[in-house]
Design a protein around this ligand. Sequence first.
Ligand SMILES: CC(C)(C)c1nc(N2CCN(c3ncccn3)CC2)c2cc(C(N)=O)c(N)nc2n1
Length: 339
Amino acid sequence: AGPPPVGAADWLVRAHALRDELNRHNHAYYVLDEPSIPDAEYDRLFQELQALETAHPELATPDSPTQRVGGAPLPQFDPVRHDIPMLSLGNGFSDEDIEAFDKRVMDGLETLQEVRYAAELKFDGLAISLRYVDGLLVQAATRGDGTTGENVTANIRTVRAIPLRLHGTKIPTVLDVRGEVLMYKQDFARLNQRQRDAGQKEFANPRNAAAGSLRQLDSRITAQRTLRFFAYGIGVLEGMDMPASHSALLDWYQELGLPVCKERAVVTGAAGLLAFFRGIGEKREQLPYEIDGVVYKVDRLDQQKHLGFVSRAPRFALAHKFPAQEALTQVLEIEVQVG
Ligand SMILES: CC(C)(C)c1nc(N2CCN(c3ncccn3)CC2)c2cc(C(N)=O)c(N)nc2n1
């Protein structure tokens, strides 16, 4: 969004400046976790912009922070076909599973050299795809069955961590960002407290709370749930070359203003994978969100392509799951569902 036209009315200039400043503070708070102004000051600027947009409705551009409060409820969610399917992930549990994965990858690449992997967290949320056209968020869809999902654009606009417009100079014409929408443990506890106070049903876990909040037809309710987002994959990319590796893709995503989790590393061989897994296992309880494992991806994109997919799961990626902790609650949940 370039500067307003020369000689534009001063309320146009003011609205433009407010929009950029509020989006910058929003990015600092929800993407960088470094609040840049006190909430009261943010609210004052927000209200000034809302007043300007009420007086001049054409100012309410799609990337205005005022679009994040949600709008009238939708009758239903429309289906959205993913131009590039959102795949599934194979699972590994034991060290042997991980060693077998690394061996399969080396055999598939016909190499004796250690393979470089991008290792990252496996967030326990729900997968979505964000479509940005010329840097503007135009559509968001759930993963669904991998080929067809639900259009949740109105709800996703209320997620402060998801930029309504991409930053910087290297903006593609079309970009599908794949990532996970999740709820932090603290926000989950606060939500259930509000549910209890309002005599409403509590959510079983942060994943259900995130899914329930995203499946709300009334986006004003979604706007009151603090959802987060971490980018981890890509679908369609037009107007630019694909980065050469997964780690370079995530670096580029950070430049665009997309939230990328800092708990990631590039490691080599099965030993590197297992060391990453153990390191994360030690800090898992302290993380502000729930994870159910880590995800390993062959880092180089040419090697990913060479390996391809088995049915719908990529040969180049594997989820390494932690042993199930709450076996008891899982049994209870099943009984409740059956009963
Ligand atoms: C791009 C690939 C396919 C390699 C990929 N696919 C993922 N998933 C597929 C299966 N998914 C799924 N979801 C519901 C039902 C079946 N499969 C859920 C997303 C990933 C999920 C996470 C995460 N959770 O944090 C992640 N860091 N990286 C992923 N990377």
